[in-house]
Design a protein around this ligand. Structure first.
Ligand code: FUL
Length: 619
């Protein structure tokens, strides 16, 4: 299949010749001209998938790390009960329509027997080196009716040639293996974490690369297009793919979220998070987040699996904001997804189904302030007909317009949903919602708003959450649009109160938070922590600053003052702390020290170590 923008198909059918200027529309009625840019068939298919799963599994699973250094032994990879069908079932029950598997994470270990390296499952004890996790998962997905895709980390901390030209050939060879031996792929995911220290075949050094030029993405993209024409390519600030990272791993995208992006130049956080209205290419956001704090499995996080309430919040802030949701399920060392994650995933899918089962707008009478050419092909009833290919449209010069829904009887609702007919571009800038309650028009506000008033942009799907109202009418007014609005769906729902599934925290150890600790700085990079009490200390936790990267500790050493002087308790890196600033937990053999010292060996930015909170774990 060629990468044909959808509008070309629409226009061929309507024999309309469009001018190719961004934002241009036709004059007069008839099929509306596209408002450029528009999606390709492949991009639209991905947006229609709405939710798909990530699976993080590698040697990290056995070393309790988020990022492997590249020298971990393949001998560690020996799951007793690896079951890809269980993974696929969990994903399916959680409402996911596809799965992206970490075929190779930053440590370089390959979950398939690549012909180009010895650092793979072929040298692991699992199945006497004859196993292939990628194959098992591709087959399990097919059996469950899920689409399949791979994550291939460009950064490889194991390969000796990383940072040099020879690595690019190696990387492409691996990509070719993955894209030719495992059937259709819906996406290839390239991580943006790039370059730094690593094992690199024993060199054990820091290798920096220029992420814009080093990987020569244009040629790699050509290879992907040739081998898997239906696949979309993930991109971030450095490489512009078909779908973009949204600048955070916390599970949200901006309330204002444009699918267009500029084709050239690096994208900063704001562009990734909110899109760019004037962008010249279609590049929608994909919100990636994990069901647990980390991406890989850590037993210490068993009590922190996201609740159904948190997952619903994530759903509203991703799928409900014109983005897809890529939700991660880590695999445990035994080779299965934890029953807790599985349960929460299932409850989440059921909740989505419960909230959106009964569309209260369906039985309403509907009227519009303007209908394109007075033509019934564009009548407002199309927003309620359940058909994604039909839409309500206004005349070309009308970019402010409203729809009014009148209910047969007073109706209670707390969720509003709208969808644009994005095959012809994303148009709506802002809108208002009002409910007629006891004869008075009451404005409805977005409860989950983080910036502005929240009623900005619609795109593939927009969901607004507000306190329950009982109304006889609802007015949806588009207050600004790039071109005449094309609305394919409007819905109203009544979400029940959401309950938290309770999961026991487990473990009997006692923790002391920073408020109970005496913390002071011996120097800008040296934090001293005085712990009251007499119990031995066996763990330390660090929560980095949440609002900026300044002062975030990426490499540390932790010391305890024992009777014979300072003793090193732990050292290493807090991997992925910049993109995912969660609690970092260190465990060590119990120490009698009651004065700890955290040395910041490296900071993400700035010269002075900062923290949001610290915690000391006692026996
Ligand atoms: C990040 C990586 O560094 C994490 O380990 C994880 O794979 C996440 C999806 O992307 O950038």
């Amino acid at each position: 299949m060629n990468r044909i923008p959808l509008c070309s198909i629409v226009l061929l059918l309507s024999s309309f010749v469009a001018s190719a200027k961004p934002g241009h529309t036709s004059t007069g009625a008839g099929v509306p001209a596209p408002c450029l840019p528009v999606p390709t068939v492949q991009q639209l298919a991905l947006q229609d998938m709405e939710m798909y799963a990530f699976i993080h599994y590698s040697l990290n699973t056995y070393t309790d790390q988020e990022w492997g250094f590249g020298n971990e032994s393949p001998e560690l990879f020996d799951p007793a009960d690896l079951d890809c069908r269980q993974w696929a079932r969990v994903c399916k029950q959680s409402g996911m329509r596809g799965v992206i598997l970490t075929a190779k994470h930053h440590c370089g270990f390959c979950l398939w027997p690549s012909a180009y390296t010895e650092y793979s499952v072929k040298n692991a004890p699992w199945k006497q080196g004859r196993g292939d996790v990628v194959r098992e998962m591709a087959e399990a997905c097919r059996r469950e009716g899920l689409k399949f895709a791979v994550y291939l980390s460009p950064w490889d901390r194991n390969y000796p040639e990383y940072g040099r030209e020879a690595y690019i050939t190696y990387f492409r060879n691996q990509l070719r293996e993955l894209l030719t031996q495992y059937g259709d792929m819906f996406e290839v995911w390239f991580d943006g974490a790039n370059g730094g220290d690593g094992w690199y075949g024993g060199a054990n050094e820091t290798r920096r690369i220029d992420d814009k030029s080093y990987y020569q993405w244009a040629d790699t993209y050509r290879l992907i297009r040739e081998l898997q024409p239906n696949c979309v390519i993930w991109g971030d600030n450095a490489n512009r793919g078909d779908i973009r990272w949204v600048g955070t791993e916390a599970g949200n995208v901006g309330e204002t979220n444009w699918s267009p992006m500029p084709s050239q130049g690096k994208a900063d956080y704001g562009m990734l998070h909110f899109g760019v209205e004037q962008g010249d290419v279609w590049c929608p956001g994909e919100t990636n987040t994990s069901i647990r704090p980390g991406w890989f499995y850590h037993e210490t996080e068993d009590a922190h699996v996201k609740s159904v309430e948190k997952l619903m919040d994530t759903y509203y802030k991703s799928v409900g904001r014109n983005s897809t949701l890529l939700l991660n399920f880590p695999v445990m060392p035994n080779g299965r997804i934890s029953p807790v994650d599985s349960l929460h995933g299932l409850q989440f899918a059921r909740m989505v189904e419960t909230v959106f089962r009964h569309d209260l707008a369906r039985g309403a009478k509907i009227a519009a302030s303007n209908v394109r050419g007075g033509d019934k092909r564009y009548a407002p009833r199309h927003v309620l007909d359940g058909r994604p290919g039909t839409y309500w449209a206004t005349d070309d010069d009308v970019t402010e317009a409203s729809l009014t829904l009148t209910f047969k009887r007073p109706t209670r609702f707390n969720r509003f949903l709208a969808e644009e007919y994005i095959a012809l571009g994303q148009r709506v800038r802002s809108f208002t919602l009002e409910a007629l309650v006891d004869g008075r028009w009451v404005p409805l506000k977005d409860e989950l708003v983080e910036h502005g008033n929240g009623l900005t942009t619609i795109g593939h799907r927009r969901i607004i959450c507000f306190p329950t109202v009982e109304a006889t009418q609802l007015r949806f007014t588009i207050t600004s649009a790039r071109a005449c609005p094309l609305i394919s769906r409007v819905g109203l729902f009544l979400a029940p109160d959401i309950e938290h599934p309770s999961v026991s925290a487990g473990g009997k150890s006692e923790a002391k938070r920073s408020s109970l600790l005496n913390i002071f700085f011996a120097s800008p990079r040296q934090m001293l922590i005085e712990c009251p009490g007499t119990k031995p200390i066996q763990g330390f936790r660090y929560l980095p600053p949440q609002k900026s990267h300044r002062g975030v500790v990426t490499h540390y050493s932790l010391w305890g003052l024992e009777s014979n002087g300072w003793k090193k308790l732990a050292s290493g890196e807090f991997s992925n702390i910049v993109n995912n600033p969660i609690w970092q937990s260190l465990r060590f053999p119990a120490t009698s020290a009651h004065l700890l010292r955290l040395d910041a060996e490296q900071l993400a930015e700035g010269e002075r170590m900062e923290y949001e909170d610290v915690e000391v774990v006692m026996e």
